[in-house]
Design a binder for this molecule. Structure first.
Ligand code: ADP
Ligand code: MG
Ligand code: MG
Length: 893
């Protein structure tokens, strides 16, 4: 078997066999860049070695020696020859880059005789012993397992004696003495001498690099990065070049473009008179690469040319290691550079502009989640770093809604709203967890912070919906709403104190931090999304309840509203009393009167939505939640009633009692109503279409408002396309009955106004029975929209609100479930129902329009699935629209 490849025998596409570093060294050699000669021991050899219990496989060592002889011949020098020594490095390099996780040894081939002759011959004893002492230290720690401290102590001692800051400033005699001390350390700690025989050094180094594949650091890294454990590492043997041979030598690391901003300029660090490891180890302060331009303009220009050649060849931005030895430039490594989201977008677009890649590739090079960066404020990195150093990082929770926000702590929704509206303060609303009646405070706040709750807790959901930064489930934080203070990391913050939260990372800081808003109008992101749109097949709609959300969604590229939740409008403070009167009405007249008051509000809401969407489809879901959600809670009312009763008892006969009696009467009535509506399982109770059938006047009012608005728009010349969506259908008869009543109302309105508008009636598919009988349902439904939140709950039989803070997280940590089914669609189960519904629905009605409006609609993996099963569109929260556009393009490419 061939275990060893010379650099000129390998290629860049042999990364599995040669590792990333080796394959690219071979590729650079092949395209004529100056790489010091060398060879690669394959990852297969590593695997064979580890499988055989640390024994070289048959033929490996012979092949390594043969390759070595070829290197020697080419260099005209040989390993261990004091008159003319060859030195090599022995470098790890796996298929995937694992920076700093495995070992590398430099200056192999140094020994007493070589160092002595080298010093004498070159007259540069400093250089000779600097190289030697480095080898002894690396060999001692990496190969022989000696701890690093004794070596560092010796260095420290010499630095102190000479009064110098860094090792590079030590004179030759010191380096020689250090080498002797190092050899003594090796002898003392291992009971054997540092091996003087260079070939033995090479063999032991090769073995050590092989073994470093299974080192703890490497294993932990692979676990974290999701890299397989059976790939093995290659070993690269590379002729040494020296950046530490005077002022016309040096070493550096550059990226071919700026990987923070994406700007087209070389970026990086340079050190004069140093070896490669000095740059990364940070032992000496480095210079910007532009310093090389001043020092050696010709070499700088050459490096720039090489970088351009590499970019053109690899068709991506590269991260490059180089060394200059006495005026000659050598390339030591190249790989695709890591970059920020902002840089990723700009680089992809500009590479396509330069025709290095095509538009498809550009679109595929940016991950959908990276788009998030462009939509949310961030903390200035320097400010964040300073806060950490001050010890102001208080805790880390779940990063459920990206973006950064600073503001004063408010412990309830009313305070949050008052401070932000009246005092114009930036507020962070802090609660143990949030409830639907906290929404006005959450909307007014800059950010949301809770001590409890999971990724799909109410707080997280609302925050994402409205693009508010949020950190939830900060279990280290104790929130005391009574005392109005929070305790975390031994510190107490009071209401009005400032906190800063980073919803992208989950970090919580004390005090204010400066935020920067990335540019939404960044031309590169706009271009990339435009290209994405040209490739995708799925439509991208938004879930928007209010005109301003719809407006925002359209600006971000939405092509319609996939879900407007009409009940959200009912929670607004000027409407809630009418809603409650409607619910509590004892006669039809009372109810109709309350509904008549609500009608104009709803009409205005719909008008706003239609205007904002200007002819694009607007899907309006009729009332969905159980009515008790609009009333005070049972326990709260019971408490109030009991308290009033007790106080009245004491005040009996006094004038104050009169007003109190009236309050008590109305509270009692409310309590009675709430009591009569109590259900054991409200989420499976009187809600959705069931409510519509039970209380037809309510949904008739909604449909009337909707069509009055539509007619008004049509009259004003605004194009409209309303889609009336009936929730929670389980049986086709429910839809038939409901549609009959409502369509009659719609026709009546249009007749009154003497106008016709195009519209559709359709349904949500969110109960398994609806999916199973989709062919029947499609007889009346003109469109389907998968409500995957409820569909997941009912398919799994899991109440999401309870499970996410409870057993679901346990399931996830024990890997009983691979993923949270409320975040990414469960393709095997829920997905199977969706596929069936698509097939059955289109069997009845081939043109049936099908979308998804559950939270999953903004999740890239779910989007890929929706594309595969042939949906027409996905609908997600406005802030996820650009992400969904890119994800839909990825799905189609
Ligand atoms: P890592 O993967 O941790 O970067 P490397 O194998 O790239 O490890 O090597 C560590 C350092 O040693 C790098 O700065 C590299 O440029 C330098 N280096 C490796 N081989 C040689 C060589 N033959 N000549 C000069 N410097 C080298
Ligand atoms: Mg490297
Ligand atoms: Mg639902």
């Amino acid at each position: 078997e061939k275990w060893v490849y010379l650099f000129d025998e390998g290629r860049g596409d042999m990364k599995d066999l040669l590792g990333g570093k080796g394959a690219n060294l071979a590729e650079m050699t092949r395209i004529g860049l100056p790489v010091p000669p060398g060879f690669i021991v394959t990852t297969q050899a590593c695997n064979a070695f580890l499988a055989a219990g640390s024994r070289f496989p048959e033929g490996l060592w012979e092949q390594e020696l043969t390759a070595l002889r070829k290197l020697e011949k080419r260099a005209g020098r040989s390993l261990g020859d004091p008159e003319n020594p060859l030195l090599v490095s022995c470098r790890s390099g796996a298929r995937f880059s694992m920076p700093g996780m495995m070992d590398t040894l430099l200056n192999i081939g140094m020994n007493d005789a070589v160092a002595e002759r080298l010093a004498a011959r070159t007259g540069d004893a400093r250089f000779a012993y600097d190289a030697y002492r480095r080898l002894v230290q690396m060999f001692g720690t990496v190969v022989l397992g000696v701890p690093d401290e004794p070596f560092e102590q010796v260095l420290e001692q010499h630095r102190r004696q000479q009064g110098v800051e860094n090792d590079a400033a030590l004179p030759a005699e010191d380096l020689k003495a250090i080498t002797e001390s190092f050899k003594a350390i090796v002898r003392e700690k291992t009971g054997r001498d540092f091996p003087q025989e260079p070939v033995e050094q090479l063999r032991l180094a090769t073995e050590a690099v092989f073994r470093s594949w299974n080192g703890k650091r490497a294993v932990d890294y692979r676990n974290a990065a999701g890299i397989a454990h059976d790939l093995g590492t290659a070993v690269n043997i590379v002729t040494m070049v020296f950046g530490n041979r005077g002022e016309d030598s040096g070493t550096g690391v550059v990226t071919t473009r700026n990987v923070s901003t994406g700007e087209r300029e070389m970026e990086g660090d340079y050190l004069s008179n140093a070896q490669g490891e000095d740059v990364v180890s940070g032992t000496r302060p480095t210079l910007r690469i532009s310093a090389l331009k001043e020092l050696h303009p010709k070499l700088y220009a050459q490096l720039e040319r090489y970088c351009q050649k590499l970019e053109r060849h690899f068709r991506d931005v590269q991260d490059v290691e180089f060394t200059i030895e006495q005026g000659k430039l050598w390339m030591l490594q190249t790989r695709d550079a890591k970059r920020t989201a902002q840089a990723a977008v700009r680089i992809a677009v500009e590479l396509a502009g330069e025709r290095l890649i095509n538009r498809k590739e550009a679109v595929l090079r940016v991950k959908p989640e990276q788009i998030d960066f462009f939509l949310h404020p961030q903390f200035a990195p320097a400010d964040k770093k300073a806060a950490r150093e001050r010890g102001d990082l208080l805790a880390t929770g779940l990063n459920v809604s990206p973006g950064a926000a600073s503001g004063v702590v408010a412990f309830d929704a009313d305070t949050a709203e008052r401070w932000s509206k009246e005092v114009k303060k930036a507020v962070i609303m802090v609660r143990p967890e949030t409830k639907p009646d906290d929404v006005h405070g959450m909307l007014a706040a800059r950010g949301i912070l809770t001590s409890r709750g999971g990724r799909t807790s109410h707080a997280a959901l609302v925050a994402r919906q409205f693009g508010k930064p949020a950190v939830v489930g900060v279990s280290a934080m104790e929130v005391d709403c009574e005392k109005r203070q929070l305790t975390v990391a031994g510190r107490v913050l009071h209401e009005g104190d400032t906190v800063s939260i980073d919803g992208t990372t989950g970090e919580v800081f004390a005090g204010p931090l400066e935020t920067v808003i990335p540019d939404l109008k960044d031309p590169h992101i706009l271009k990339l999304l435009e290209w994405a749109d040209s490739f995708r097949k799925l439509g991208v709609y938004a879930n928007a309840d209010y005109p301003r959300d719809a407006q925002q969604a359209r600006e971000l590229g939405a092509e319609g509203v996939g879900l407007c939740r009409t009940e959200h409008m009912f929670f607004e403070t000027d409407r809630l009393p009418h809603v409650q009167r409607m619910i509590l009405a004892r006669t039809d007249e009372e109810r109709d009167e309350a509904l008549a008051r609500l009608l104009p509000f709803q009409r205005e809401d719909f008008l706003g939505l239609f205007r904002a969407m200007n002819g694009q489809p607007v899907t309006i879901r009729l009332i969905d939640p159980p009515l008790h959600e609009f009333l005070p809670s049972h326990d709260e009312l019971l408490h109030d009633v009991t308290e009033l009763e007790t106080r009245l008892e004491l005040l009996k006969g006094k004038p104050e009692a009169v007003g109190m009696e009236a309050t008590l009467a109305s509270k009692r009535r409310m309590l009675e109503a709430v009591h009569s509506m109590r259900e054991a399982n409200p989420m499976l109770g009187l809600r959705g279409v069931r409510l519509g059938i039970h209380l037809p006047a309510l949904v008739r009012m909604q449909v009337r408002a909707l069509f009055e608005a539509a007619c008004q728009c049509a009259r004003e010349g605004v194009r409209v396309f309303p889609k009336v969506m009936i929730p929670l259908i389980a049986h086709s008869n429910e839809l038939r009955v409901e549609k009959e009543t409502l369509e009659a109302e719609a026709r009546a309105v249009m007749k009154e106004r003497g106008l016709k508008v195009a519209y559709q009636f359709g349904t949500m598919i969110e109960i398994p029975r609806a999916a199973l009988t989709a062919d029947q349902i499609a007889q009346d439904a003109e469109f389907f929209s998968f409500g995957t939140n409820d569909l997941t709950q009912t398919t799994y039989g899991i109440s999401r609100d309870d499970a996410e803070t409870g057993f679901l997280s346990e399931y996830l940590s024990k890997r009983i479930l691979p993923e949270n089914p409320f975040a990414t669609i469960d393709q095997r189960g829920v997905g199977a129902l969706m596929e069936m519904a698509v097939r059955l629905g289109r069997k009845t009605r081939p043109t049936l329009d099908i979308g998804i409006c559950g939270e999953h609609g903004g999740d890239p993996k779910t989007i890929a699935f929706c594309h595969r099963i042939g949906l027409d569109y996905v609908s997600c929260s406005p802030y996820r629209v650009p992400i969904a556009r890119l994800a839909a393009a990825h799905a189609a490419l």
